[in-house]
Design a protein around this ligand. Structure first.
Ligand code: KIV
Length: 294
């Protein structure tokens, strides 16, 4: 029996996406992200969970790829991210890292520390972060403020770049009482502001702000000069934007949140959709505050 052979040099089951027609970009690093911020260029981020989609996103020009624990919902069919294990995160991080190596390998790869993998002690956190860094991550992300600042400092001092995550923190959805907008009243906004500054002081170089009022995330972005804010449902005033890949392709199992746009509808291909998303973020056309701000 003969095995089908791909003419593109890949396997018969998946090929490397063609190189971008754009001039080859430099690999993304923390200094490069700082330069972008200084130049006023927005950062685009998207989630990916496997090699093929990671390679396509890399070729489409995103700066950052997040192996989000949202994989619990979109890949594993869970109801929340609480059930996602460190083994699962390491496995998907390895898959994505391989995809990036098969593409141009430009994007900065962030991987989520899952629920329960960093809350027991800083030692537990460095153990979990090491696992994800060895799987190919360039940075780890963890959720929450206050108690997390010493954990962030412990990781950063040991050479692990950290992205923090405030606002709606899905790992604590049960404590929050549901997927709701955070930081709406003055007291909650002030608490978020204080936590964000603490996380920056602890060494976090990125901060995801999820479902917070646009005005608050704009203020936080101005206040945080050493930490890039990345918004999701947080208006257009952040240093960058992130979307869950399945949501922006319109292939999720439920209804999209109000702030999500289906970029595949008009693009005709996955790569075209991601390119359109990157363009819209850079040109300030996504998100549209009139439609999405709280
Ligand atoms: O897990 C995830 O995909 C995330 C994004 C929603 C920011 O944390």
């Amino acid at each position: 029996m003969s095995v089908p052979v791909s003419t593109s040099g890949g396997t018969p089951y998946g090929t490397i996406p063609p190189a971008s027609p754009l001039p080859r970009r430099k690999p993304i690093s923390l200094p490069r992200l700082n330069q972008m911020r200084e130049a006023g260029e927005k950062i685009s981020m998207i989630t990916a969970y496997d090699a093929t989609y990671a390679a396509i996103a890399d070729a489409a020009g995103v700066e950052c790829i997040l192996v989000g624990d949202s994989l619990g919902m979109v890949c594993q069919g869970l109801h929340s991210t609480v059930g996602v294990s460190l083994d699962a995160m390491a496995y998907h991080t390895e898959c994505v890292a391989r995809g990036l190596h098969r593409a141009q390998g430009i994007a900065w790869l962030i991987s989520d520390l899952p629920y329960g993998s960093y809350s027991a002690s800083p030692e537990q956190a460095i153990h979990s972060a090491t696992r994800l860094m060895q799987a190919g991550a360039h940075m780890v992300k963890l959720e929450g403020g206050g108690w997390t600042a010493p954990v962030v400092q412990f990781l950063v001092e040991r050479g692990v770049p950290v992205c923090a995550h405030l606002g709606l923190t899905p790992q604590t959805v049960h404590a929050l009482g549901g997927y709701r907008v955070q930081g709406r009243d003055a007291v909650a906004a002030a608490a978020l502001h204080e936590q964000a500054l603490e996380l920056q002081d602890a060494g976090a170089s990125m901060l995801v702000l999820e479902m917070v009022p646009a005005e608050l995330s704009r203020k936080l972005t101005q206040a945080l000069q050493r930490c890039h804010t990345i918004g999701i449902g947080a208006g257009s005033g952040t240093a960058g934007q992130v979307l869950v890949m399945h949501d922006m392709l319109g292939v999720n199992l439920g209804n999209n949140a109000r702030f999500v746009r289906d970029f595949l509808k008009d693009a005709g291909s996955v790569r075209g959709a991601i390119e359109a998303y990157v363009r819209a973020v850079k040109e300030g056309k996504f998100p549209d505050d009139a439609l999405h701000a709280w």
